[in-house]
Ligand binder design. Structure first.
Ligand code: LLP
Length: 386
């Protein structure tokens, strides 16, 4: 079992907490960086997936840039030591304050999501006496074939500039004195496991890139976003995503001119596997129809199951699985006053008792960062192994 070496250490820890396996994180970062470097690709880490300090420090040291979606993320990236020229700022609703601050940091680029935002950035850059580097985030209307709630690249989504607005952008960019067009940007969704989706994205990017180049715009950067999915079902078998296969698709199908950079914004695939939520069984409720394991962690610590019905593997790490041991089906729930506060229904686990440690796996991405204080819960802690 994954935790057998460290479960003893967990016994003395106050639960619930996130456990980060920093060794696994380093291996993952190395695999990603190595594969990206082999094609000359650049990766900005999508900080929204996890902004735990230790995690960010390792990612910085491994040579990644930072993809931020709020002024606070930009400030944090700079504070942690990401070079400003490796920081990008995306998001549909950047406030004037956030834009001005990012301008003062001289970040690499704003990924701009509307014509109106382009005008605002131009005005604020003029006031600051600067030229803002921008990339246009374009909605390519490519279906990511993922969960409805984490699809972002369809016409019905709020993200990005619609293709029918490209002429307006081109016109504005030609006259705006304080904007400098770096390139074009796309992100179609998250937890994408069907690699054909990325091929479709490449074909669309090629089309849009040609549209700009035919009009005399020089694109230094093609930013194709993130979205590479991970295996939530077999976390021990596929601990490191297949970065090579992923980058290979873009190398094959994305047309790029000499000198044109390809940028990626990966979040989940870098950090999901290294994190687990560790919790303790508070009560075992045995009913006629159902058995409940009531944990001291709930949707306040890990919201994904309640929000997206997301699957996370659940293990009783106090009772390493033996083929012979009796297994019981439990609904594994938290203490929060909501019926959706459930990590999994009919989960087969060994006969469990109060005090057992439970690991909820593959929780390093969009776990700790989405925690809330609902029910006035304690802030969730983190424990590390290296
Ligand atoms: N770039 C942009 C513009 C994004 O919106 C996102 C994620 C990423 C990059 C990183 O995508 P990744 O490589 O992590 O798939 N809370 C949800 C996921 C929301 C993703 C939002 N955008 C979840 O728990 O599944």
């Amino acid at each position: 079992m994954f935790f057998q070496d460290i479960v003893g250490r967990f016994e003395s820890e106050q639960t619930p907490f996130y456990h980060y396996d920093l060794k696994l994180l380093s291996q993952t970062l190395e695999a990603c960086k190595g594969a990206a470097d082999s094609y000359g690709f650049h990766v900005h880490y999508a900080m929204k997936a996890n902004f735990n300090r230790r995690v960010l420090e390792l990612i910085r040291d491994a040579g990644f840039g930072a993809d931020c979606v709020s002024g606070n993320e930009v400030n944090k990236a700079i504070e942690i030591g990401f070079a400003p020229q490796r920081v990008v700022f995306a998001g549909v609703g950047k406030s004037d304050k956030e834009i001005s601050e990012a301008l003062s940091h001289n970040i690499f680029c704003f990924n701009v999501e509307s014509v109106q935002e382009l005008e605002v950035i131009n005005d604020l850059a003029l006031k600051a006496g600067k030229k803002a580097r921008v990339a246009l985030r374009i909605n390519p209307n490519v279906d990511a074939h993922t969960h409805h709630n984490i699809t972002t690249g369809l016409d019905e989504n709020k993200f990005g500039i619609n293709q029918w607005e490209l002429s307006a952008c081109a016109e504005l960019l030609t006259r705006a004195q304080n904007l400098w067009l770096e390139g074009i940007h796309f992100h179609i969704g998250s937890q994408i496991t069907d690699m054909n989706v990325f091929k479709s994205l490449c074909i669309k990017v090629n089309e849009i890139k040609t549209w700009f180049e035919e009009r005399g715009f020089n694109l230094n950067v093609l930013n194709v976003g993130g979205g590479l999915g991970v295996d939530y079902y077999q976390p021990d078998k596929n601990q490191v995503a297949d970065f090579k296969a992923y980058f290979d698709i873009f190398n094959q199908f994305l047309e790029r001119k000499p000198g044109q950079e390809v940028h990626f914004e990966l979040g989940r695939a870098l950090v999901a596997h290294c994190g687990s939520l560790i919790s303790r069984v508070l009560y075992v409720k045995k009913g006629i129809k159902k058995n409940f394991l009531i944990l001291d962690a709930g949707m306040t610590e890990l919201m994904r199951p309640a929000l997206y019905q997301a699957y996370h593997k659940i293990e009783n790490i106090s009772r390493p699985d033996k083929a012979s041991s009796e297994r019981i089906k439990y609904d594994v729930v938290g203490p929060i006053c909501e019926s959706t506060d459930c990590f999994g229904k009919e989960v087969e686990l060994p006969d469990s008792e109060r005090g057992d440690l439970i690991a909820i796996r593959t929780a390093g991405a969009y776990g700790e960062v989405m925690a809330s204080r609902y029910n006035l819960r304690d802030e969730v802690r983190s424990v590390y192994s290296e």
